[in-house]
Ligand binder design. Structure first.
Ligand code: DX5
Ligand code: ZN
Length: 221
């Protein structure tokens, strides 16, 4: 399995100091910037869009930006995020009329496509799509808010998706998002995740480097 990657969700950052917050988590050892995009339509919350992504790039962020779209429709915002410097663009199949076409659209704009599975979305949605994907993002909370509790059934789902990725023979990252903390990340890694989103666990901690180091240690244990 590929190296463990830590992707802090800036949803829990101090938006009034976003550039400094992103610099701080990257300096503290984070690998990716997880960028939650909510539209008050597909999910009941409203956050940030391509202008903020572009602003982070202009600020000097060179780390991968992992855009998690919780928007409907999906396709018309994809070119804007590609232009704004997104690395990965992931979306929910429920929000796209033609899922395969959206994946191709993301790749055609030079970004890496990911598919997001909600807690109630069956893993079979990956049938006929896995060969097109660079990332599968499993939600371990219902999308819309940071700070929710990890849903335990995500562990079994991780194992099932990991089996499918192994069978595909492709290099596809398996990312988990929602309620990830130092005290459950070990079990999450053992179930097959290799990329870990954490919002409140990192940004609510007094020392970003310490909590990220603790997470890595738990994954390696
Ligand atoms: C929820 C978002 C998550 C969220 C994670 O819809 O996709 O990325 O910010 O926050 P925590 O780690 O606090 O559950
Ligand atoms: Zn997210």
């Amino acid at each position: 399995m590929s190296a463990c990657l830590i992707a802090p969700s800036i949803l829990s950052a101090d938006f009034a100091r976003l550039g400094a917050e992103v610099d701080a988590v990257l300096q503290a050892g984070a690998d990716w910037v997880h960028f939650d995009v909510m539209d008050n339509h597909y999910v009941p919350n409203l956050t940030i869009g391509p202008m903020v992504c572009e602003a982070l790039r202009r600020h000097g962020v060179t780390a991968p930006i992992d855009v998690h779209l919780m928007v409907k429709p999906v396709d018309r915002i994809v070119p804007d995020f590609a232009q704004a410097g997104a690395t990965y663009i992931s979306f929910h199949p429920e929000a796209s009329e033609h899922v395969h076409r959206t994946i191709q659209l993301i790749r055609s704009h030079g970004c890496r496509p990911g598919l997001v599975l909600n807690p109630a979305t069956p893993v079979e949605v990956l049938d006929y799509l896995l060969d097109e994907l660079d990332l599968v993002l499993l939600m371990s909370v219902n999308p819309g808010f940071g700070g929710q509790a990890f849903i335990p059934s995500a562990l079994d789902k991780l194992r099932r998706v990991r089996e499918r990725i192994a069978a595909s023979g492709r290099d596809i990252r398996l990312e988990i998002d929602g309620g990830v903390k130092p005290d459950n990340i070990g079990a999450i890694a053992a179930a097959g995740a290799d990329t870990f989103v954490a919002g409140s666990a990192i940004f609510n901690a007094p020392d970003y480097a310490a909590v990220i180091a603790k997470m890595r240690a738990e994954v390696a244990a």
